[in-house]
Design a protein around this ligand. Structure first.
Ligand SMILES: C[S@@+](CC[C@H](N)C(=O)[O-])C[C@H]1O[C@@H](n2cnc3c(N)ncnc32)[C@H](O)[C@@H]1O
Length: 267
C-alpha cells in the first residue's frame, strides 16, 4: 500500500515526487534531502509541527468517541443539552451511505479523527483505497488501532494539514469531511484544498457545525469548544457554508440536524 501511494502522494511544501525508502521507514522527496517519517505505520507530513488544535485533540482522543456516539447516559444528557440531540448519529450515517460498498477508487477522508463513524464502512470498501488524514497523532493512533483490529489493509493513515494536502491535485474519486470544517482555522482555504484534491465529477460529502441555529449550542461552542481548541472561530452560518461550497462544487444538497449541516455535492 505505501509503495502504491507514491503515485498520489506529493511533498506538501514543494509538490515534489516522493520515493519510499527500502525499509518503509520514510518517504524522501526526489532530488532533495527532505524526508517524511513513517511512525508506527502513520506517514507524518508535519514531523516538526506541534499545534494548539492538534494538542487539544490529542488530549481528548481517549474520551472523544463516547461523546460522539452517545455511548452512556452522561454523554446522552450532555449532548441533549449542548446539541439538542440525545441519541442521533443519523448525520454520520447519511454521509457514509453516500458511498456504495462496491466503490472503487481513492477516497480522501479529512479529518479522519478516530475513525469511529467510518470504520465499519471502510471495512466493506475492499475495492477502494482510503487516505485517512488528520492533524493529530493521538487521533490517528486511535484510528490505526481501530482499523488494525479489523485487519483492514485499504486505509493509509496520514498526518497532514488540510490546507497543505500532500496529494496530486484532482486525484481523489471522493472526499469525506466529517466534523472537520468547524475545526479548521481557515475554512474557505480548507474547502478549496479538499475540492482541489477531487477529480471532476467526484463526490464531496461531509458535515459541520454552523452558527446561528441554536443559542445554547453557540454559547458552548464559543465559550468552551473554541477555548479548548476543538473548534476554531470564525464559524460559518448555514448560508455562508452553502455559498462557499457552491463556489467550488455543483449540485450541493444539504440536510440539517439541529446545528449540524450535512452536505453532499459533486465537483
Ligand atoms: C471533531 S474531530 C472529527 C473527526 C472525525 N471525522 C469524526 O467525525 O469523528 C476534528 C478533527 O479535526 C482535526 N483537525 C483539526 N485541524 C486540522 C487541520 N488543519 N488539518 C487536518 N485535521 C485537522 C483534529 O485533529 C480532529 O481530529
Amino acid at each position: 500500500m505505501l509503495k502504491e501511494l507514491e503515485r498520489i502522494l506529493r511533498c506538501p511544501v514543494t509538490g515534489g515526487d516522493l520515493v519510499l525508502d527500502e525499509g518503509a521507514s520514510h518517504y524522501r522527496v526526489k532530488d532533495s534531502e527532505q524526508v517524511y517519517p513513517i511512525v508506527d505505520g502513520i506517514v507524518d507530513f508535519l514531523p516538526e509541527q506541534a499545534d494548539r488544535i492538534g494538542e487539544a485533540y490529542d488530549a481528548a482522543a481517549g474520551s472523544y468517541d463516547s461523546f460522539l456516539t452517545n455511548s452512556n447516559l452522561l454523554t446522552r444528557l450532555y449532548n441533549l443539552f449542548v446539541w439538542g440531540i440525545a441519541d442521533d448519529t443519523r448525520y454520520a450515517k447519511i454521509i457514509v451511505d453516500c458511498i456504495p460498498d462496491d466503490f472503487r477508487g481513492a477516497i480522501l477522508d479529512v479529518p479522519v479523527g478516530t475513525g469511529v463513524f467510518t470504520e465499519e464502512k471502510y471495512s466493506r470498501l475492499t475495492g477502494a483505497i482510503v487516505l485517512a488524514v488528520d492533524y493529530s497523532m493521538g487521533m490517528l493512533r486511535q484510528a490505526k488501532a481501530r482499523f488494525e483490529a479489523r485487519h483492514m489493509r485499504n486505509v493509509a493513515l496520514i498526518r497532514a494539514d488540510v490546507e497543505k494536502l500532500p496529494l496530486v491535485g484532482s486525484s481523489m474519486d471522493a472526499v469525506i469531511s466529517m466534523n472537520g470544517i468547524h475545526a479548521f482555522p481557515r475554512k474557505v482555504a480548507a474547502i478549496h484544498q479538499m475540492s482541489g484534491a477531487l477529480k471532476e465529477g467526484g463526490r464531496f460529502m461531509g458535515c459541520t457545525y454552523v452558527k446561528g441555529i441554536r443559542s445554547i449550542t453557540d454559547a458552548v461552542v464559543n465559550r468552551f469548544y473554541s477555548r479548548k481548541g476543538w473548534f476554531t472561530r470564525p464559524f460559518f452560518s448555514e448560508e455562508q457554508l452553502m455559498m462557499v461550497l457552491g463556489e467550488v462544487l455543483a449540485s450541493v444538497k444539504k440536510t440539517r440536524v439541529k446545528s449540524i449541516v450535512v452536505f453532499e455535492a459533486r465537483k
